[in-house]
Design a protein around this ligand. Structure first.
Ligand code: GLA
Length: 406
């Protein structure tokens, strides 16, 4: 801002924030992918665990499928900051320090994420960043960290927009491109103010490994997968390349059924959600791995157009979701919320959709698409005849549609 305008604003009392530096733009052109320690391990983390998780991401093929961030969540902290006020890691559980862990990740083609909180303490009671924002950002940059998740506990009377802008500026000033993940649970509608502040923002409270039966939720603050789905679904117009709605980390591999795992993964992909694994990737059953490694579903999530998909129909527990993709392709997901399987018959001509947000239409009247079943890879079809399928209980059928050349 030029000095004259700034002076005029100050004189007239207009709210300006000349210190707010723009976030690093290039960091999340597609939804971030990685792993985080929280969902599975909570406070029970140490450097050996984090390193062996990194090794497993590499050996399982998950890194090469795109999961590159390894994020240490809450509880990496020493009991206090150092004598100059800089953050330090717990010398017992992280004796080699965070820089050594970052080096470990970088040597393996991975990136390291860390966690802090805008308040005085983190949600688990460790020291927060309030009053230390610039010092903390500088330390993360010196440690060569690549990603910061920034939580919202213990922030009495704080203004969220200012608090997150402060840390965003601090990261910018620290000079290292660090992806900024805003985690204030949607309480002050970050989708309305965080586009230029962070790269993703949580839209809801915390997820639990419960699909939809809320009587199974152990903490009343937490939500089931389908509850989060419903809250996140309505926010599509706020997401796009570089700024994503974050419906929280995945619970695949943490006790869901096979059908539920497929549905959870497909629906997060349809919503262009960040795909942050929340399970112990050192110990996964083959089904879980095959879900997380479905490259066609990952490609729907990572499509460069960056448009969050939308639900167009809900009828008797059956939902129809569409997502516009590059090259005039579309993804279709048919989700059965019921416990029992359902027969679904879909006449393409009932779905001549125009999506105003993306300015894309399916145009089934004039175009024929080839259809590729993304969970049963050998099943191919086209849009000349209606689709007749059985969708399992709490499961999905998912398709890629490619228009035939005219
Ligand atoms: C909050 C966040 C979680 C996790 C915990 C850590 O609940 O929403 O994702 O980071 O804090 O204490």
């Amino acid at each position: 801002m030029n000095r004259k305008i700034l002076a005029m604003c100050l004189i007239s009392g207009l709210a300006v924030n000349p210190g707010f530096a723009q976030k690093y733009e290039e960091l999340a052109k597609t939804p971030p992918m990685g792993w985080s320690s929280w969902n599975k391990f909570h406070e029970d983390i140490d450097e050996t665990k984090i390193k062996t998780i990194a090794d497993a991401l590499v050996s399982s093929g998950l890194r090469d499928a795109g999961y590159i961030y390894v994020n240490i969540d809450d509880c990496w902290h020493a009991p206090t900051r150092d004598k100059d006020g800089f953050p330090q890691s717990d010398p017992k559980r992280f004796p080699s320090g965070i820089k050594a862990l970052a080096d470990y990740m970088h040597e393996r083609g991975l990136k390291l994420g860390i966690y802090s909180d805008a308040g005085y303490k983190t949600c688990a009671g460790e020291f927060g960043s309030a009053g230390h924002e610039f010092q903390d950002a500088l330390q993360y940059a010196r440690w060569e960290v690549d990603y910061l998740k920034y939580d919202w506990c213990n922030t009495p009377n704080f203004n969220s927009e200012n608090a997150y802008k402060m840390m965003s500026s601090a990261l910018r000033e620290a000079g290292r491109p660090i992806l900024f993940s805003i985690c204030e649970w949607g309480t002050t509608q970050p989708w309305k103010w965080a586009k230029d502040v962070g790269h993703m923002w949580r839209t809801t409270q915390d997820i639990e490994p419960v699909f939809s039966d809320t009587t199974q939720i152990s903490n009343i603050w937490n939500l089931a997968v389908t509850e989060i789905l419903d809250k996140n679904a309505v926010l599509r117009e706020y997401a796009g390349p570089g700024h994503w709605n974050d419906p929280d980390m995945l619970e695949i591999g943490n006790g869901l059924t096979e059908n539920q795992e497929r549905a959870h993964f497909s629906l997060w992909a349809m919503m262009a959600a960040p795909l942050i694994l929340g399970n112990d990737v050192r110990d996964m059953n083959p089904h879980t791995l095959s879900v997380l490694m479905n490259k066609d579903v990952i490609a729907v999530d990572q499509d460069p157009l960056g448009i969050q998909g939308f639900r167009i129909l809900q009828d008797d527990g059956i939902e129809i979701w569409w997502k516009p993709l590059t090259d005039n392709n579309w993804a279709l997901c048919i989700f059965n919320r019921n416990h029992d399987p359902k027969d679904v018959s879909l006449d393409w001509q009932d779905f001549n959709i125009y999506d105003k947000f993306s300015d894309r239409s399916t145009d089934f009247m004039n175009l024929t698409y080839d259809t590729f079943d993304l969970w049963n890879k050998n099943k191919k079809g086209n849009t000349r005849k209606p689709l007749k399928i059985k969708v399992g209980g709490e499961d999905v059928a998912m398709y890629l549609l490619k228009p035939r050349k005219q």
